[in-house]
Write a protein that binds this ligand. Sequence first.
Ligand code: IPM
Ligand code: MG
Length: 356
Amino acid sequence: MSKILILPGDGIGKEIIAQAIKVIDSLNANHGLGMNLVHGLIGGSAYEETGSPLPEETLVTAKECDSILLGAVGGQQWESLERELRPERGLLGIRSELDLFSNLRPAILYPQLANASTLKNEVVSGLDLMIVRELVGGIYFGQPRGIEIKDGERFGVNSATYFESEIARIGHSAFQIAQKRDKRVCSVDKANVLEVCELWREVMEEVSQDYPDVELTHMLVDTAAMQLVRAPKQFDVMVTSNLFGDILSDCAAMLTGSIGMLPSASLNKNNYGMYEPIHGSAPDIAGNDIANPLATILSVSMMLRYSLSQASLADKINAAVNVVLDQGYRTKDISAAGDTIVGTDAMGDLIVDAIE
Ligand code: IPM
Ligand code: MG
């Protein structure tokens, strides 16, 4: 029996998580999944109830669970709060407290959705790349940081820092994932300008010695951004730092035209993981039953595969998503002329039906 912490968060979080729960309930009832759900608070809604975007109780419960399923956090009403109280701090805090350093962000183009991309079909058709983003270090967390007065004016500072051990462990993640894919890792840095990236490149080379079956290449981040929109299919696994990974993964997600379809995993060294859709909390459409629940449902699939060793149930979810797309059902964000547009709740039911 696995125990999963459900953190719906803010905005569309609750409605998309509700669909994932339907899928879990159905796998429990009909396919012997044996997943036990506990619920917790994070983000703006946690702040409203407890005064903190990451209540202690959430962290304590998270540590007792086998995995976490997160909806999304954030909303305009919390943007003027002091930094430590904002929803995003809840997310960064849980990543850091649980040492979820390895962030896997696949960008896959579903053939049924080929027209959703803004890029030419031949550039993106068949796209299947994996961004491996370092998630608990780099400039997001480096010290010193802050805004101060210096020489009589305001001065802002953040620090891009990495220990070699932090680089090595994300390198190992990337190489091990590549071994199960096309065996190619492209490490992305800015080693022509930044010392921290010079070290990054050196350590990646060292780690690659352990994986003679995997090809390692290096690319500067500006070139990588260009190549991602020019010829994205050249990539298999991209490994990069926290900040570059944040930027490149949004770019890669948009190549597929369907950010509402993409799940992600954030893993620690024991493959304990937090799973969440790549998209945000979309407060502008929250409560309207139009959000796409598929990225969240596919996050359950990723959890089954990466943390719970239940690959065959993960395959079942993925197959169900394909069946429903083949049938022409779409939420509004991924629809084109001729599709049958359905709401969040109905999409959840369709997936459940396709699984059963
Ligand atoms: C992401 C998001 C977060 C990040 C924000 C919400 C703090 O953009 O997960 O990519 O920058 O890591
Ligand atoms: Mg981001």
